[in-house]
Design a protein around this ligand. Sequence first.
Ligand code: FRU
Length: 703
Amino acid sequence: MPKYLVILLMGLMATPLLADDADLLIADFEGETYGTWKVTGDAFGPGPARGTLPNQMSVEGFEGKGLVNSFFNGDRTTGTLTSPEFKIDRKFINFLIGGGKHDGQTCINLIVEGKIVRTSTGPNDRPGGTERLDWQAWDVSAWNGKAATLQIVDLATSGWGHINVDQIVQSNSRRGSHLVQRELLVEHDYLLLPVKNGAPKRQVKLVVDGKAFREFEIELAEKDVDFVVSADLRRVRGKTVTIETMLPDQSVALASISISDTLPAAESERRPRFHFTSRRGWLNDPNGLVYFLGEWHLFYQHNPYGWNWGNMHWGHAVSRDLLHWEELPTAIYPRAWGDWAFSGSAVVDERNTSGFKSGDDSVLIAAYTSTGRGECIAFSNDRGRTWTDYDKNPVVKHAGRDPKIIWHAPTQRWIMAVYDERPKVERGIAFYSSPNLKEWTETGRVEGFYECPDLFPLPVDGNPAKQQWVLYGADGKYLIGDFDGKTFHKKSSLLQIWHGNFYAAQTFSDVPDGRRIQIGWGQGITFPGQPFNQQMTIPVELTLRSTPEGVRMFAWPVKEVAAHSERQGIATTLSIDRLTLLDGLRAGILVPTVSLDLFDANLELELQSSQKITMTFCGTPIVYDVKSQKLICQQASATVKPINGRLSLRVIGDRGSLEIFANQGETAISVGHTPTDKGFSIRADGGNAVLLRPNFGDMQAKP
Ligand code: FRU
């Protein structure tokens, strides 16, 4: 028998020496070649791979040095690998498997009497994913004593068009996961599920009345729990829910799921006080920003079940002052496993053009991307609390995502600006027009933008007669120009206000006083060790102003921020008019009255002969380098030109971030920050500078 390939239990090689229960190795792929296995095609290479192949994500989880890896020369190669015949002599066949999830195309098959009686694929059917191999087991007791062969198949040529297999063993005990179920009578509101970051991801199905009520992926904790998440069962109270998932034999995860009327506590010293974070789990893009009946609605990309991106739902929070948010139940759920609710927008359909209105109040319409269907709409007649999917969804089908809907009064039409990809042209934003939010006609396209568009008019210098349009992308780059109801005509080059941790911003629809208010995702602002991750940025008002360089957009914290810090009654205006900062001297000691970690600070600096100014807020330095005109904080940097030798800064500090607005909002920076003290200090280097009238507002939220 070749030493590179151990095939036990072939025909006559019965195993009198082995205890009846011992595992029987079919193949471990440790040799140079496949030995007695028959190879066709070119996907499997000359022999077992030694781990990861060129241009492949890191392959992990296999045993020993070798494995079957059909990524030989990439995904486009195909072929089969067939074992010699062997006798089925144990209850289970256990094996490690990874790679593509394409039924019949990237799989391992068990063939008995010429028929495929068992088949399995890898776990991946979309970009991203993992090259990790995991255990799977087949119960083969039905064919005990029969002759069988194994066939490893790679017939797929596109994404995840390969299969990885290792360590195939006959055994009387099962390795890996198998379907487990638990029934619960829903006598309480929430299912509580323990999470451990980094634990294997389990696909969980909650089945009610024979149908999948919820489906999600979750890093279910075994013993060690990082935090507890919940699934809202209020809509199915009184019924029986069956929790279904795949778990290894020894798992206690299913038993540790519980049911309760109370949600796990949300309070934490690390939670930002006036920036939105979700109680649990991950958030990214703000979605469906709309003002309606006294409430600012913030929907958002949300993974309610994990600390990282995944399971995209529309989370929901409301606020009456744009600073204090109350999280409400999930607004839009994924329709089925893998058909997620990606980003989009919301409007008030005041004229009921959609015909969806059923109560006294106007109907709210949300437009979102269903990853399985296309651009979809949903409506709510109860102030955004519950949403009904339009039964003729999708309303637009194309390659793309993130519909932003606005009402365009001159054409009396709804406009959808949506990220759009198509073959052979640059990616961009497509425009569609509709009388009723249901039927859409494509009217134009602008190239060179990526994800999460926004489109809105703004008066220049507050003059409505001088209106211009802004087209805005996820990365914060924008164009100023005209929108004629069909397409956008640019009049500026690509401009940018925001730098640092800021992405996928959106502006509110239907703001009563006409302000253009924007919230972004503070992308990358993390909260390690907390049950939540990522935050929203402070709401800003956007305006267009004439500058010597032309018309530019400015971002300035909404007036509610200043009103809040003043309301606390302890806004600290230092009784300093002019504080000279002598070269190299730290002036922290001179401003002892400032002791805040939640603040809204206004500073003006006369740069004079200084080369560098360093301001340290609660441990985090903000540096202005006079020569390069760079304002730098953490990893972010932006060019800011002084005006008449002066630099004006507004800095807003919360538990997770600093936001810096330079020159009245011409430039803005958002960065992650953890206060390490409550102090403020400032120094000038290379020459003197002057600090003028520093003012600190206290943002400590009072109950
Ligand atoms: C931007 C984005 C959107 C998409 C969403 C998914 O951050 O990639 O394009 O709709 O996130 O969560």
